[in-house]
Design a protein around this ligand. Sequence first.
Ligand code: MG
Length: 219
Amino acid sequence: MIMEYEFTDGRKMKVGTMFCVGQNYSKHAQEMGSEVPKDPIIFLKPPIAYIPDGGKVILPAISNLPHHEVELVVVIGKDCDDVSIDDAVKYIAGYAVGLDITLRDIQNKAKKDGHPWAVAKGFRTSAPISRIVPASQFADEIPFFVLELKVNDDMKQFTNTREMERNVAVLISYLSGIFGLREGDCIFTGTPEGVGEIKHGDRLHAELKGYITLDVSIK
Ligand code: MG
């Protein structure tokens, strides 16, 4: 099965590697009992973890504490290696709102044991992403967005992406220098404070305010 993003202008693009940034907002780092890390925390989700707007998150039975994390997602439009911070904007295809669904109990145990987060973060359906807003809508600048998440109509997370510790250009420069970035890769840029539990039957509604929305249900 090939996973494909949908753009608001109808274009499609194959989903590549999903790079995710940990603890990129200071208040979220605090609620996790940490400080913003000296070097970025990076983890991956496989393309099969993607689900589109309107999809269903299937919670694995191995966890008793699944959490929501709403995030700005940046989709890469052109292959690049070793990009400078100033040039980063040239490689962005578009922006979306995504959910980094996390098995918090599994992640906490992995942290304690010094093990990878792959199961806690990369399971099937762990990466809902809205339709992609083309970067061409924003001239040559990387915009700031208001990001929010409601669970069953209750506001749970709310921020402006200018609160990020490492901004989108810095993240593209960093990731392109280590992994290289390819068309269809995306970056989950980190979640603000307010993460919390989700349960079977919940309805999640996320927004890049004024641009795009994402609705998923929890199976
Ligand atoms: Mg996250």
